[in-house]
Design a protein around this ligand. Structure first.
Ligand code: PLP
Length: 377
């Protein structure tokens, strides 16, 4: 039994139908390839347990997380999809890793030895994916050392290799010469292992969109599954079927009239020239609605856009509704759609000189995630 959730006046709605339809579009595109849904960073802010549950229901093949803690959160929700941990393993977590049946990443002989030292034959073999570094210089063995790593791991006897993968640094640029070379080189280095039944995977969202040669046995689209396009895709189709599935909403918590010339919020940076109506919304920068948005962004009330009034506080913000009416308890949309008006994260990211990735993953844990709508299947 889950504990009773106390009411919170702001919430994130996940449109399960839209998430499913995004993943179905992706599935159609990469026909036959397995789909691994990255749910790291609280499923890009969408709620890791909620999204993992939807993923299982709609037949996603794999989930991927960054760390052990995230993998455990998924298992707590009784989801049995295979889970791949992308991040490097650390010595202090080896025992827990050995007890769990997560698939994890090995990217050096040193890390393999950490596991082997603590392994005992009563454990099942550790399912691992070997990471090759084609361009990130983040983690992963150099491709020319892959063979040595494979040989070493097979000698240790406690591993079952199930995959080999890499991650590209510049796949968001279409027709990027170095990226094309990196993909070709990856294919060449992994070719000897294709017949072992090991899964070869390389493509994130951008690679999936721009580089079909990177698709291999499984694709790992994160951002695209959540309905956003990586950089360089601003000029996307008008009738695009892949759309955001997250909305951030709140109830108006307070209403007041502000007299001309009186300031609103810290530092009184906002001073209406005319008598106006101001409502307070219980969302602030601690929730991931970034402070720097205050003089740029709008929110939606009754299908119309209104500007933020004054700097955003830690937990609250004010909105100038002019001469319009709005009552305490009414719904406000900070991210999402009301009628034909839309505010999505790409717009907010643009104002901030940031990315959708940073905005979504920064959405605070204290906001409950609520799954809306039925699935297609
Ligand atoms: C986060 C991540 C992905 C997904 O990236 P998107 O750009 O969101 O599609 C894929 N692979 C690895 C290794 C990652 O860390």
């Amino acid at each position: 039994m889950s504990p009773i959730q106390p009411f919170h006046p702001a919430w994130i709605e996940i449109d399960a139908f839209q998430l499913e339809s995004n993943i179905q579009e992706i599935r159609k595109k990469v026909e036959g390839r397995k789909i691994c849904l990255p749910v790291k960073a609280n499923a890009y802010g969408h709620g890791i347990q909620q999204v993992a549950k939807i993923a299982e229901e709609i037949g996603v093949d794999y989930l991927a997380v960054f760390c052990l803690q995230e993998a455990l959160e998924i298992r707590q929700a009784k989801i049995s999809l295979p889970i791949l941990i992308f991040g490097s393993i650390h010595e202090q977590e080896v025992d827990l890793l050995l007890e769990s049946n997560f698939e994890f990443t090995i990217s050096s002989q040193y890390k393999a030895n950490l596991i082997a030292k603590r392994y005992n034959p009563s454990f099942p073999k550790c399912k691992v994916h070997l990471e090759v570094d084609m361009s990130m210089r983040r983690t992963g063995v150099r491709p020319e050392n892959l063979k040595d790593l494979v040989d070493h791991i097979e000698k240790l006897g406690c591993f079952e290799i199930v995959g080999i993968y890499s991650h590209l640094a510049s796949a968001d640029e279409p027709n990027h010469l170095e990226t094309l070379e990196q993909i070709a080189s990856f294919q060449k280095w992994v070719a000897p292992y294709r017949n072992n039944g090991w899964m070869i995977h390389l493509a994130n969202s951008s690679a999936l969109l721009h580089y079909p040669s990177s698709w291999n046995d499984m694709v790992r689209p994160g951002l695209l599954s959540y309905g956003y396009f990586p950089a360089f895709m601003q000029e996307k189709n008008k009738d695009e079927k892949i759309l955001p599935c997250l909305s951030l909403k709140a109830q108006i918590s307070y209403f007041k009239v502000v007299e001309p010339g009186f300031g609103v919020s810290y530092g009184h940076c906002y001073r209406p020239r005319d008598r106006t109506r101001v409502v307070t919304i219980p969302v602030g920068y601690a929730d991931g609605y970034r402070r720097a948005l205050w003089d740029k962004a709008f929110v939606l009330i009754r299908g119309k856009k209104y500007p933020i009034a004054g700097v955003i506080c830690m937990d609250q913000m004010m909105v100038d509704i002019g001469q319009q009416e709005a009552f305490v308890g009414e719904e406000v949309t900070l991210i999402g759609q009301e009628g034909d008006q839309k505010i999505f994260c790409d717009e907010l990211a643009f104002y901030l000189g940031s990315t959708v990735y940073e905005l979504l993953s920064g959405l605070g844990k204290r906001i409950p995630r609520i799954v809306k709508k039925q699935l297609i299947s």
